[in-house]
Structures are given as C-alpha cells and as structure tokens.
Design a protein around this ligand. Sequence first.
Ligand code: ASN
Ligand code: ZN
Ligand code: CA
Length: 340
Amino acid sequence: QHIHTVGGDGQSLYSGTVAIDTTTATGGYTLTDPARGNGWTTDANNKTDSIWCQIFGIGCPVASRFTDADNHWGTGTTASRQSAAVDAHYGAAKTFDYFKVNYDRNGIFNDGKGVQSRVHYGTNYVNAFWDGTKMTYGDGDGVVAGPLVSIDVAGHEMSHGVTTATANLTYSGESGGLNEATSDIFGTFVEFSANNTSDPGDYYIGEEIMKDRPALRYMDKPSKDGNSKDCWYSGIGNIDVHYSSGPANHFVYLLSEGSGAKTIGGLPHDSSTCNGTTLNGIGRDKVGKIWYRALTTYMTTSTNYAQARTATLNAATDIYGASSPERAAVAAAWSAVSVN
Ligand code: ASN
Ligand code: ZN
Ligand code: CA
C-alpha cells in the first residue's frame, strides 16, 4: 500500500488543537511523521521496561501503534488515550523543527531520522526520559503531576539526545549540571518557538504538568524550586544535576531577557543578579545560537562552569566578533551568576 503523508489534527492536553503529520495505514491513519524522518508515537500500554530491557535492550514490552479512522485525534482530556499521544507527537515535531530551522540540525542525531515517543508508560509514573534512542512519558499520578507530555518537557528530554550526540557532557558533577541546563534551555526555546497560545513561552519548566506547585524548575530564579542554586559556588558539583543546572539556566535567562522583574507567558519572572549588576538581554535567538555553537564546538565530556564561560565566549566571538556587544553581554551574564 502506498504510504501517504497526511495533515491531521489533534486535541492535545496542553497545547490546544494542533496540526500533526501522520501517515495512512490499515484502519485509517497512524502517528508516523514523514515530514520529520518518520518519527513515531506509540502506546506503552502502562507497562514498564524490565531490568533486562533497561540494561540489555531485550524483553522490552511491545509498544502498540495508535490508529485513527478520520485523522482527528484525541479529545483534549485524559479520557482519550490518544490525547497524550497528540502532545508527544506534536512536541517531537516542534523539537525537530526547532533544531532544523535554527541550527540546520537534521534530527537529534543529525541523520535526518525521527525518533520514537512512547506515552502511557507505567502507572502513576511521574517522570519522562530519553534512553539514548527514544522518548518515554509517564502519565503522572494526578496529584503531583499530570501526564508529562508538555512541549518543554519533550524538548528537554530530546535535547538530552542532542547533548549526548555532541559535547556528551558527563551526567555528574558540574558537567552534569550543564547537561541538565542544556535540556532546560533548549526545551524552553522549543516552547517559545512553537508560539502556542495554550502554552505560551516562559522560562518555567513543566508549568503545564505540575499540579501541586507552579512548575518543576524556574530559569529566572532557580531557587524558587527550593533546591536549585541561583549562583555558582565551589562545591556545586556535589549536588543533584537537576539543581546544579541552576546557574547556567539563570545565565541564559539573564542573557536573554536582562535583569529585573517581568511577566512572560502570563507568569511572573523575578530575576536579580548574584553580583548586583543590571543587565540588558540580547534575546533568545542569539543566546540559542551561542549556546548551540558552544555545545557543538567547544564543550566536551568534562566541561565545568568556568570552561562553559570560555566556551560561550568563544562561540560569541565566532558568531558576533571579539569586540561585539553580544560577547560582552555573555561575559557580564556569567559574572552575574558568579562564574568569573
Ligand atoms: N526526567 C529526568 C531528566 O531528564 C530523567 C532523568 O533523571 N535523567 O532529567
Ligand atoms: Zn534532564
Ligand atoms: Ca515552560
């Protein structure tokens, strides 16, 4: 049977009604995206990977395909198993597009191939993860969090794949914090780039999924989560990588937006600097270009905060020039999070 690219639509959980690319299949249509390297979305049927699956990739539960008769997917609520799949399929597409449009990167591995996204993983599973080849999303427990399929979380997890394929920042110590921050940074920039009115861009991570607090993490003031650090200090490499990411997230917020409080995406962003300086932002597009070039050209497995400062300064010199205001802004923003 001839496979045909089709523009479908879906009622997502967090992003309203969205356009999604699908293909014809037995029974109508299936969630395979031919416009983006045939990335596909499947139902994990609430099963979890066995330890054998996790370590050796054997005995993994079979994920089933979603099919739909009329190519109108989901209902916008969890009553339909398709709804979370719409979010995941949309998030994978928007992440693919973000890296292609902004950095001419052809997919996570830059090989033109899309990846698999599994939804409905486990029961009451409050996490999402990238396992090296594919995305997996839990449904949350309904108390702490709902299904973890929001676009910033999708962009976060898939950006782990980009990091692994490039700088391959070791997932512990300061390099681990930079690895986590890279995912928060690009996840956030993917959310902005989607320009979706139901889930507008902001510098919060997971504001759509969390039920018992406003968000999972906050780039404007990382310490708002109760654990993350706003400012670098000697010894930050000894805390969890999801908290040592704070200074780099804070750096990107300050470099993009400048210091001072403002409302972004309808949410309060209250940022002060660690050194009392006042900063003007250079905008997300330039910051993304600088971070991506630093990640892909200068960072390595062992890059620490001091070396990330140098990497981004080198990247800014390459793109904007050694005496550019952009390079000066990078230096000032790192100093504002105590990376001197
Ligand atoms: N959701 C987590 C993350 O991407 C999974 C993990 O602990 N690696 O950071
Ligand atoms: Zn992560
Ligand atoms: Ca967000």
